[in-house]
Design a protein around this ligand. Sequence first.
Ligand code: UT7
Length: 329
Amino acid sequence: MNKITAAITGVQGFLPDYVLDNEELSAMVDTNDEWITSRTGIKERRIMKDGATSDMGTAAVLGLLEKTNTKAEDVDLIIVGTVTADFPFPSAANVICDKAGLINAWGFDLNAACSGFIYSLSTASQFIETGKYKKVVIVGADMMSSIVDYEDRTTCVIFGDGAGAVMLEPNNEGLGVQDFILENDGAGREFLVQPAGGSLNPPTMETVENRQHFVKQEGKQVFKFAVTKMADVSAEIMEKNNLASEDVDWLVPHQANLRIIDATAKRMGLPDEKVMINIQKYGNTTSGTIPLCLWDYEKQLKKGDVLILSAFGGGFTWGSVYLKWAYNS
Ligand code: UT7
């Protein structure tokens, strides 16, 4: 009997309508289009003006169900990569199950910051490969505008809101997830963290006044780690699987900074045309970036294409997934 592999069989995204461009941001904080574009590659990002992360996730899931001809009751499990669930509890997965009518599914959130989608995909693939489940939905969704300080020019220019969802199903042609490498280093919390709102610093008047419920980032430090680790882990998964540059059809990188993406592609020996990039339109949507790239590029993907998904994020967390695309659109 052929080994069961876990293949992506559909992808859908959701982006809020409101476009916050560099010009509008320049009126809010001391910044300008030239700085943002040259340092990050971002031109605009989307902002969810009404609703929560579960609304973005639900919209992506409902679109995915329609696109893949899946009945809501047939979904076994949903994993939601997010750091901006509607509540500390219940999970965004619980809320999305309710809103999308996934009456037979159970689910949970996976908090790995910008690596949320690849951690979730790797976890979900285990439930398919064992034969336990037939339909697992993976969502990467973050409403970063709910935790970004629009008085802090070093972070507010980077982040945006968005969600992507994929369907994972068993495959007997050897397509889908082939391998993954996942890593973390908790010492990185010093450089990228939402300091208050958890058990260490529960909400008080003081934490609010000190703006501790917003993302704090030491950009230069994070950049140093991100640029090295994301390139290293992408090269490592290629080496581990005997993949040469010409064997790889697409790099699907987390969209944090165009300079980090370029360094990763260079290390892998990939030309620009093999690299998925949409950071200019959406900024860094944390767990949303990778599924939103797959959604934007879906029509260009062919059955059998070799993809390397790579991310680096808060924690620190980082990793790569090697997968073979399973369908032609
Ligand atoms: O996705 C999760 C992981 N996160 C990342 O991967 C982010 C990694 N870090 C980065 O992408 C970059 O470090 C940033 C885009 C955040 C910052 O770029 P940078 O080239 O590292 O800039 P910097 O922090 O070294 O700041 C350079 C200068 C500073 O001024 P001085 O000290 O040289 O006078 C900043 O105050 O740019 C200033 N600056 C700005 N100027 C205009 C910082 N933010 C801004 C801004 N507009 N928005």
